[in-house]
Write a protein that binds this ligand. Structure first.
Ligand code: SF4
Length: 339
């Protein structure tokens, strides 16, 4: 299947969202799918005895109504951009892709995807929050693609498009970040760029894309999408996250930085983020209990507060060496680092 539109065989739909605009779009798009009407998405999504990886190989979608909370404070796992008004939300749970290192496989028992179609309730919650921010001199920053890859779904449902339109109406009081590995910039390239939207691409060296991100688009497609986005004037962030310290990591990442800045003009990139592999310790334990195939889960890690990562000295050394290398390429651009 790789980067094509998946052919969902079943769509589970909460009876309450039958007439929502996004439900109607999904029904038109997947007219061949078997529709199963349900009372609550958790009746399907939270069933006992599910196999995340088995379900990922034949993913079903569930259209549902999100109930409160609609906003979550930025977790310690992400760079919070020096702004206490930073949040994420979950318009979708689970992802079309299936990266080996993804925490979603430890977070949820189900590999199926839940799409919350009551978008106006999300928008209302944001409107209310904007009136009551911790630092009213700064905008609200919202990651809308946190437990998913929202742009990867744009051929299925126009979710990113709707979020962009919403953010643009907030006159600078809201900045949304759409983090992605998708090459589907083409699905939104008719929209006028706006500084209230940051399109953030996660990039990894090709060897890592091949080995650990094989269900996501290759590096080439992501670079193409970035080039098109900056050509059109969009505000673009590049995320080197997670950095994986595989054999010869330093040489691999140095070569990778050299190659991408031969293609992309770093002056046109807003900023960069960098962080090594890390994960909530409970999710990690849960994944490991299932005997995952990826050797990522068999390396040595240390537990620090609530998460696992490689030894602190080792990761700080790796990040500072890579930062020095990156700084030579990007002249005065900001690098946000998770240490
Ligand atoms: S693209 Fe992100 S959310 Fe999707 S599987 Fe990969 S790491 Fe997880």
């Amino acid at each position: 299947m790789k980067y094509l539109l998946p052919n969902f065989s079943h769509i589970y739909i909460e009876k309450d969202v039958k007439d929502m605009p996004l439900t109607r779009i999904a029904l038109r798009r997947f007219w061949k799918a078997k529709i199963v009407w349900i009372d609550h998405y958790k009746d399907i999504f939270n069933r006992l005895g599910q196999d995340f990886q088995l379900q990922k190989s034949s993913m079903k979608i569930i259209l549902a109504k999100k109930r409160e909370p609609f906003l979550y404070g930025a977790s310690e796992m992400i760079q919070d951009y020096d702004n206490p008004n930073t949040f994420y939300n979950t318009p979708v749970i689970n992802c079309l892709y299936n990266c080996d290192y993804c925490y979603l496989q430890g977070m949820y028992d189900s590999g199926n995807m839940v799409i919350f179609v009551n978008e106006n309730d999300f928008f209302d919650a944001i409107e209310k929050k904007i009136l009551n921010l911790e630092d009213s001199s700064k905008p609200m920053i919202l990651s809308v693609s946190y437990n998913t890859d929202l742009l990867a779904l744009e051929n299925i449902l126009p979710l990113v498009r709707r979020w962009i339109h919403f953010a643009c109406k907030k006159n600078g009081k809201l900045i949304i970040e759409v983090r992605t590995k998708s090459g589907l910039f083409s699905s939104i390239d008719d929209i006028e760029p706006n500084d209230n939207v940051i399109l953030s691409w996660t990039l990894s060296p090709q060897i890592i894309c091949d080995k650990y991100e094989s269900s996501a688009p290759p590096l080439k497609s992501r670079l193409e999408a970035i080039k098109n986005a900056i050509d059109k004037g969009w505000c673009v962030r590049i995320c080197f996250d997670p950095i994986l310290l595989i054999d010869d990591w330093y040489e691999i990442y140095c070569e990778f930085f050299d190659s991408i800045f031969m293609e992309i003009d770093s002056k046109k990139i807003k900023d960069f983020t960098m962080g090594v592999f890390r994960m909530n310790k409970d999710y990690f334990k849960k994944i490991k209990r299932r005997e995952p195939r990826s050797e990522i889960f068999y390396a040595d890690y240390q537990v620090d507060n609530n998460y696992i990562s490689i030894d602190k000295d080792k990761r700080e050394d790796a990040l500072s060496r890579l930062k020095i290398k990156l700084e030579k390429k990007i002249q005065n651009k900001k690098i946000l680092i998770w240490k």
